[in-house]
Design a protein around this ligand. Structure first.
Ligand code: CP3
Length: 345
């Protein structure tokens, strides 16, 4: 068994100091990231150039000494691997050729063909498995089917995911077929990431919060449960983190219902409530407001300590409640890490 702190916490150990890493830890708030990004040209070229993607993954490890490194890639690469064109509008965000009808879903490539496009991602992981310091855990990831589907249906990011909700209302079985294709492809993608060196995998369901009732069960819970069951059948020792962002009360019981080893909490969740209702089932990850990485100061220290204390009775991985933003100050990141590591004396 590995003695890496991240893996110990994910196996359910209660540690004197929680391991710490940060969503979007490689990103535009770091000048060294902006330099490599400029060299790559555009964001997708950076994702698909293994040497450069590995380099930006390593940058925050060197600068801050995080306990885990997350593969540098994007949740939308798998959409492109299924056929639709993907590009990023500078300063705006992702754009895709929309998948809006049963006919569009039927035209997608078979799940097993995704490896052709995603092979460079596996190469990035192989480089990282060689180059990371031995105490740092390597995290692979994918978007959860619902969140990836919201971008595929709309062809872009949307504030309330209205086009995906409209497709559910208009043709639930076509939408379910899209979710099924993504579920199958995600199992193959994450299995290949594990075979290339990922020691943990995380499923990002950034828009889970806009699903209610039966839709939450069918499109946030069921696909994640299926992916985890398939991964556990192939790679039983590899922990899975699920991030149903915005799930609110549905965070309670999510680990039990899906088989996730750890549930990542967004900053809207009260840590005291989550310690009672979510951490009872296993490890939790989170959940400092990323705004503290912009503002810093005593409020950052106080909020960090409060989270460490609230989760001290069970397994915990310290993280933000969502990704760090480009306007954050790297000095505040260093202060957060120092506070986590000294919080329990
Ligand atoms: O966490 C990490 O450091 C690993 C790499 C990673 C990125 N995106 C790099 C990225 C991960 C895990 C993601 C996940 C991702 N991508 C999500 C889920 C998590 C979340 O934030 O809710 C989503 C919804 C996406 C889709 C996506 N990618 C959008 C909407 C955007 C544009 C918005 C933005 O921040 O620019 C991206 C681009 C993106 N992905 C950047 C990075 C570092 C910025 C691109 C740049 O350098 O210009």
């Amino acid at each position: 068994m590995s003695d890496k702190t991240m893996l110990r916490a994910l196996r359910g150990e209660v540690l004197p100091v929680p391991p710490v890493w940060m969503m979007r830890q490689a990103g535009r708030y770091l000048p060294e990231y902006r330099a490599v990004r400029a060299r790559a040209g555009d964001f997708l070229s950076l994702c698909y150039t293994p040497e450069l993607a590995a380099e930006v993954t390593l940058q925050p490890i060197r600068r801050f000494g995080f306990d885990a490194a997350i593969l540098f890639a994007d949740i939308l690469l798998i959409a492109q691997a299924l056929g639709p064109r993907l590009w990023f509008e500078e300063g705006e965000g992702p754009r895709l050729a929309p998948v809006g009808s049963a006919a569009d879903v039927a035209r997608l490539r078979p799940a097993a063909s995704v490896h052709a496009t995603l092979a460079p991602v596996y190469e990035t992981l192989r480089i990282l498995a060689r180059e990371l310091p031995r105490d740092v855990t390597l995290i692979g990831f994918a978007g959860a089917p619902w969140t990836v589907a919201t971008y595929m249906v709309a062809g872009r990011g949307t504030p309330g995911q209205e086009p995906a909700h409209a497709m559910i209302a208009a043709d639930r079985s076509a939408f379910a077929a899209l979710i099924d294709r993504l579920t199958e492809a995600t199992v193959l993608y994450l299995s290949a990431q594990i075979e290339a060196g990922a020691e943990v995998v995380k499923l990002f369901d950034s828009w889970a919060g806009s699903l209610r009732g039966r839709d939450f069960d069918d499109f946030a819970l069921a696909p994640v449960r299926r992916i985890i069951a398939a991964l556990k059948a192939r790679h039983p020792a590899v922990p899975v983190i699920a991030f149903p962002r915005g799930a609110g009360a549905r965070y309670a019981g999510f680990a039990r219902a899906t088989g996730a080893d750890c549930v990542a909490l967004d900053q809207a969740v009260d840590p005291g409530w989550a310690a009672r209702e979510v951490q009872v089932d296993g490890c939790v990850q989170g959940n400092l407001d990323p705004g503290h990485m912009v503002s810093g100061g005593p409020a950052l220290i106080e909020a960090t300590r409060r989270i460490v204390e609230a989760f001290a009775g069970g397994p915990h991985v310290f993280n933000l409640g969502h990704g760090i933003t480009p306007d954050a100050d790297p000095a505040h990141v260093a202060l957060m890490i120092e506070t986590v590591r000294s919080a329990r004396g």
